[in-house]
Write a protein that binds this ligand. Sequence first.
Ligand code: UTP
Length: 316
Amino acid sequence: MSLSPSAHPHGVKTVIVPAAGLGTRFLPATKTVPKELLPVVDTPGIELIAEEANALGASRLALIVAPNKQEVLRHFEHFPDLVETLSERGKTDQVEKVQRAGKLMTPVAVEQEKPLGLGHAVGLAESVLDDDEDVVAVMLPDDLVLPMGVLEKMAAVRAQLGGSVLCAVDVPREDVFNYGVFDIKDIPADCGLDSEDVKRVVGMVEKPDPEDAPSTFVATGRYLLDRGIFDALRRTQPGKGGEIQLTDAIETMIQEGHKVHIVVHRGKRHDLGNPVGYIPACVDFGLSHPQYGPALRRAITEILAEHEAAETSAGE
Ligand code: UTP
């Protein structure tokens, strides 16, 4: 399917969503349930990503899945029997919920046979691109970047400065060892962009020790990558953890003179990839939920009071 670039308001036709990782931080749940299907209140992370891709105006969701994670794709199917049963029972709200994912995006499956790394997973998506695509978006389903719309900002920076644009958040220095960290410099003051939130990237290092980190700006799961990334990935050897790292391929591009900028996201971010990020995301979405919010607030207040009382009596 070749769609004209004008059909894409931000110039992005394809969003690559790598979802073939092992999800070890969610074992034992991820023995049978892909982490991308774990619900944030009632909606799986993968559907929230599809919503973001839809809002960006992309027309293709290249979903990278492992052979044993086909259920992630199934989430976008139509479920006619379930829809019929719910319709017969007059449950129109639930019908809408069942149909929503499929209406947002129709994924194209790309199989990653072995979890050889995020870079390897992204590289596989080249096979589904059209010849006229000079840029792709990558959205990691582990990361919720809120409010939605950061890729639109990144596309505006690419339109002005060219090259690739990545999303960054500013984290405490002691946390940088978990991330890809940017070495940055300021953009020219007269380029018409906000120099607080847009920086030129001169290097990138994966999971450094805090004392070696070139900055506290770290990669979060949104990338707008020039098509040249696929060539760089083909030349990338396994790095940290024996995996082919996307960070290493981006670093190659930078060293070869490719322009890379970051847009610093100052809003909220939830890391759904581990319990300590996933649970707060559920609480955050739950508290904002019109139906569940008030009861959840009471429950959390009660639980906190119980824990505080237990801690006080243990300390006495
Ligand atoms: P992570 O390293 O955070 O996810 O990869 P993981 O490997 O699934 O999780 P843990 O560390 O074992 O708990 C970031 C993203 O890249 C995808 C993952 O699915 C996740 O969305 N990924 C990672 C792949 O698609 N393939 C890979 O080989 C590795």
